[in-house]
Design a protein around this ligand. Structure first.
Ligand SMILES: [Zn+2]
Ligand SMILES: [Zn+2]
Length: 195
């Protein structure tokens, strides 16, 4: 297969499946993972797909429908596109939560059922892969979703700078998921019955 042909094939596969693992693409096309990475590079540069943990996700697959009328699966608040954390599950199902606070708690509940999770970068407003993001908590400004608030950043540098200006602490995805869970454990009803 010609490289160009293969790139079209990859694009079509991602468009159909929304999310693909690099290993899957490599096996399907019979080329090395390095070749897959090279083929994906222009699509990533064009922001057609984005890099996720071990794979890629179609950028607009889950964000082109307005979230305004969707309720958070965790606390039932109206989800707002500016903060919404989306969980992509097997069989092309997906769930929406109002913000990273509920997103991380829901992610922890579902565990391995979650194939991919995406959320907006708090600073850049671009769609990012949640497991690769940095999370700021205990900052001095409250932006008005669930408390304690959790703000996702793609870049550690942006998160660090935010903390310099507004206080708080920066966590990795795995740390943030545990910290928010421990913080909420004290509240017996959880945030799901608060609203
Ligand atoms: Zn919520
Ligand atoms: Zn929320």
């Amino acid at each position: 297969m010609l490289p160009l042909e293969r790139q079209h094939r990859i694009k079509a596969l991602i468009q159909e499946k929304k999310s693909m693992k690099i290993a899957e693409l490599s096996a399907l096309l019979g080329v090395s993972e390095m070749t897959v990475h090279r083929d994906l590079k222009p699509m990533i540069d064009e922001k057609l797909v984005m890099k996720t943990f071990g794979g890629v996700t179609l950028v607009n697959a889950y964000t082109n429908q307005p979230a305004n009328f969707e309720a958070c699966v965790f606390c039932s608040r109206n989800a707002n596109e500016r903060l919404a954390y989306r969980l992509i599950l097997s069989d092309n199902k997906n769930e929406i939560t109002c913000c990273a606070h509920c997103g991380l708690l829901r992610h922890r509940q579902l565990g391995d059922e979650v194939i991919q999770a995406i959320c907006p970068d708090f600073f850049m407003q671009t769609t990012i892969s949640a497991p690769l993001a940095w999370y700021v908590m205990d900052t001095s400004i409250q932006i008005g979703c669930c408390t304690p608030q959790v703000l996702p950043f793609e870049c550690k540098e942006h998160a660090d700078n935010f903390v310099k200006g507004f206080g708080g602490k920066v966590y990795t995805f795995n740390e943030a998921i545990e910290v928010i869970y421990q913080k909420m454990k004290g509240h017996d009803q959880g945030c799901s019955k608060h609203h």
